[in-house]
Write a protein that binds this ligand. Structure first.
Ligand SMILES: Cc1cc2nc3c(=O)[nH]c(=O)nc-3n(C[C@H](O)[C@H](O)[C@H](O)COP(=O)(O)OP(=O)(O)OC[C@H]3O[C@@H](n4cnc5c(N)ncnc54)[C@H](O)[C@@H]3O)c2cc1C
Ligand code: HEM
Length: 388
């Protein structure tokens, strides 16, 4: 039976599904693994709480798929995970030690259910995970990451930086995608960032980074990134895209959520005829709308693009005078005041549009709900995963 034994698979799913019991099991797994393989411990950051959660979540998702008797998606997911794990420096030997530790922990924690069927199902799941991940990693010939040098660090506002780099090789990503990035100030703390320009044949790339209060990597970028720093960028993810034959487009960007939408707009600018694109670019203060001059420049020569700036507040804080003034030139859309979900839906449901949302999870969720409530079809709304 093994992978097809749905009843046993449900017991396994209950054991790994994130919660207090699974926490004990997953903690035990990592303890066993690191006790036998110190080199695996070195790959992880000191705090493992989030890692335990994402590992349990991945196993739970896998059990769900197997219970539903779907094999294609799990294999594709595990293969991608294996290829992506190369950037951490994972070796085939790590997979062997992980397998022993995971089997041991599962056997101990499922002792009351342990019989021939359970043993077979657990062995098959662990063998599938390890086999597909390590096989895909082994078969992949592209490099797991590319290094590059910071050329410029521009402070666009008090909490947003624009970082320009030249990579050793041209990066290969589609406009709208995001990439894992590692900075020298925080080795082994990969974070997703979205390039704000389409892939460049000479290896130039630009990121817009907003510092998150209490955030490790983003605050280090704003405070410490310097020309000459060596950054590491891994392979792209994400599927935000525009279908040029699928009608007009609504884009909603909150702060640095602008980056991937800007890359898509720049990519469209290669064509003279495009669907109409209406971009709402929102932030708290007018002075936070850091990239408006570039957007207006693009809009002034590309009639298919219109840009509506939106700020939550009408006035600027005292620090605004230190940064360029983003007041619109005459003839362009006047800045609107309010929260993005309210302002965007004031104009209607946008139900005939391809809709792309990007920004903080709260803004994306609220805007999506507001649009759906107004009649926009959920399947026309695209956004990236809401957490890293
Ligand atoms: C698909 C995607 C694309 C992205 N693109 C961009 C982009 O283009 N530009 C950009 O600026 N950002 C982008 N991000 C966000 C980025 O990846 C980081 O998540 C963000 O910069 C925060 O990272 P950090 O290391 O600064 O914060 P972290 O250290 O990861 O902390 C994040 C938050 O959690 C809180 N926190 C941390 N540890 C704890 C704890 N133990 N207990 C309680 N709270 C805690 C922090 O206070 C903070 O508020 C993207 C994210 C995703 C998912
Ligand atoms: C050889 C074994 C493995 C090693 C050495 C390894 C190592 C790592 C490391 C270092 C991270 C990043 C942690 C961080 O930055 O906070 C990570 C993330 C992750 N791992 Fe693994 N891992 C292994 C196997 C697996 C397996 C078998 C799964 C589950 C099926 C898994 C699921 C994940 C997930 C979901 C993430 C978060 C997403 C990501 O960053 O890629 N890993 N792993």
């Amino acid at each position: 039976m093994g992978l097809e034994d749905r009843e046993t698979m449900r017991i396994l799913r209950a054991a790994v599904c994130p919660g207090p019991e699974s926490e004990v099991l997953i903690r035990d797994f990592y303890t066993r693994w690191f006790a036998t393989d110190l080199s695996a411990r070195d790959l992880f950051p000191p705090d493992m709480e989030k890692q335990r959660y994402v590992f349990a979540e991945a196993l739970t998702w896998l059990c769900n798929e197997l219970i539903a008797q779907r094999a294609e998606e799990p294999v594709a997911f595990l293969a991608q995970l294996g290829r992506d794990h190369r950037k951490y420096g994972v070796t085939q030997a790590h997979y062997e030690t992980l397998k022993t530790a995971l089997l041991g922990a599962l056997r101990t924690h499922l002792a009351e259910h342990w019989d021939r069927r359970m043993s077979e199902a657990v062995n098959d799941v662990v063998t599938l995970v390890v086999g597909v991940m390590s096989g895909a990693a082994d078969a992949e010939t592209s490099p797991p990451f590319c290094d590059g040098t910071v050329l410029e660090h521009l402070r666009a506002t008090r909490d947003v930086s624009v970082i320009r780099l030249k990579m050793e090789h041209a990066l290969s990503y589609l406009p709208g995608q995001y990439v894992p990035v590692q900075i020298p100030q925080w080795p082994r703390r990969w974070r997703y960032l979205s390039p704000s320009i389409p892939a460049d044949a000479n290896g130039y790339v630009e990121f817009h980074v907003r510092s998150v209060p209490g955030g490790m990597v983003s605050t280090a970028i704003l405070g410490e990134a310097r020309p000459g720093d060596r950054w590491r960028v891994s392979n792209p993810h994400g599927a935000l895209h525009i279908d040029r034959d699928a009608g007009d487009v609504l884009m909603v960007a909150g702060s640095t959520g602008l980056a991937p939408l800007r890359a898509l707009i720049m990519d469209l600018a290669r064509f003279s005829e495009n669907p109409r694109v209406h971009l709402f670019f929102g932030a708290k203060y007018p002075a936070d709308l850091y990239d408006l001059p570039t957007l207006w420049e693009v809009a002034s020569t590309n009639p298919w693009l219109s840009v509506t700036p939106v700020s939550e507040l009408t006035f600027d804080p005292p620090w605004a005078s230190d940064y360029p003034d983003p007041t619109p030139p005459r003839g362009l859309h006047v800045r609107q005041t309010g929260l993005l979900p309210e302002v965007v839906t004031r104009y209607g449901s946008w139900s005939d549009r391809q809709i792309l949302l990007c920004g903080g999870p709260a803004m994306v969720t609220a805007t999506k709900q507001a649009l759906i409530a107004k009649g926009a079809p959920a399947e026309r709304i695209q956004h990236d995963p809401l957490a890293s």
